[in-house]
Design a protein around this ligand. Structure first.
Ligand SMILES: Nc1nc2c(ncn2[C@@H]2O[C@H](COP(=O)(O)OP(=O)(O)O)[C@@H](O)[C@H]2O)c(=O)[nH]1
Ligand SMILES: [Mg+2]
Length: 304
């Protein structure tokens, strides 16, 4: 039996959370087309017949300057330093000329951090479903081989599942021997409250443009399980959407409250499917001036 932790690290938007969700066969981590959707570390426990891998999804590593950005990068790099195996995820080139093999400054930050570690590192080249020609992978592989001593290099697609199981097996084989760390029926370390907040935040990422998603935090004021009229379980949630600027408030609330209503409806549906019961949700919109710039505010809003 092998067991241990495997951090999934990489640039924003390469597909880390999509991979975690695919491996677990359920949606744990928020996924949106926008970078920097993931802000916290999230554990996802994958059980195999002879191994237990505790995957750690992390925020994308980038060079943003706000305290929130620095917090996210710290989370990711600390996770890599603490786990038994590191899974570095990059994207296959999207352009028809096979561009995008370069290593930019954000990528270099990761390479430098990982170069200091002793743990085995696996390179996953995600999104191969969008490659026009598999030969486009060759320069990518050549380039990356020179940068870090990878144990394995696996082209894959988190979206359609190509080589996802293979990648999981390769990571499992690199874990130390040991008994399961979590009981068989545990999937994550996070509680329902956390997912309630993440679901609301995800809808804001999906629905709103420009800086608003990045300036938004969500806190849960009430999470109450109760019996519905039919006697089944239901959940009542009061959540607050915190914005960094007063000018954002009217945009989020929308005409006659249409914006916040849509966010609430979609989050409720998503969460209802996740919790398997009806969800009632009240959303409040508040302004917490410049919260992304202050450690104290980050802490208050759940980033610690
Ligand atoms: N074409 C393609 N898109 C993907 C794949 N994996 C993820 N994506 C998309 O890439 C975007 C970012 O994914 P996400 O998992 O949030 O990336 P993260 O920031 O690294 O966690 C989303 O729009 C995903 O649907 C893949 O294998 N192929
Ligand atoms: Mg993510």
């Amino acid at each position: 039996m092998r067991s241990g932790f495997c951090a999934i690290v990489g640039r924003p938007n390469v597909g880390k959370s999509t991979f975690l969700n695919r491996v677990l066969g359920q949606k744990l981590a928020a996924v949106t087309p926008k970078p920097q959707t993931t802000r916290h570390r999230i554990l996802g426990v994958k059980n195999l017949p002879d191994a237990q891998i505790v995957f750690v999804d992390t925020p994308g590593v980038h060079r943003g300057k706000s305290e929130l950005n620095k917090y996210m990068v710290e989370q990711a790099l600390a996770a890599a330093a603490e786990t038994d195996v590191v899974l570095l995820m990059i994207e296959a080139p999207a352009g028809k000329d096979g561009g995008g093999t370069g290593v930019g400054p954000g990528q270099q930050l990761i390479v430098d951090a990982l170069a200091k570690l002793k743990q085995p590192i696996v390179l996953a080249i995600n999104k191969i479903d969008r490659l026009r020609d598999p030969a486009q992978l060759l320069p990518v592989i050549e380039r990356w081989k020179e940068l870090l001593p990878f144990k394995e290099i696996v082209p894959m697609s988190a979206q359609d599942g190509t080589q996802a199981d293979k990648l999981v097996e390769l990571c499992a084989a690199l874990l130390p021997e040991g008994p399961r760390l979590y009981p068989d029926d545990v999937v994550t370390d996070r509680h329902e409250r956390f997912f309630a907040a993440e679901t609301v935040r995800e809808q804001i990422f999906l629905l709103l443009k420009e800086e608003i998603p990045y300036d938004t935090a969500v806190t849960i004021e009430r999470f109450e399980e109760r019996r519905g009229q039919q006697g089944g379980r239901e959940v009542a949630i009061d959540a607050t959407i915190h914005l960094a600027r007063a000018s954002q408030k009217s945009i989020v609330i929308g005409k006659a409250g249409a914006g916040v209503k849509t966010i609430g409806m979609r989050a409720r549906a998503e969460l209802g499917a996740m919790l398997g019961c009806p969800v009632h949700m009240k959303l409040l919109v508040a302004v917490d001036p410049d919260w992304t710039a202050s450690r104290g505010a980050l802490k208050r809003l759940g980033y610690e």
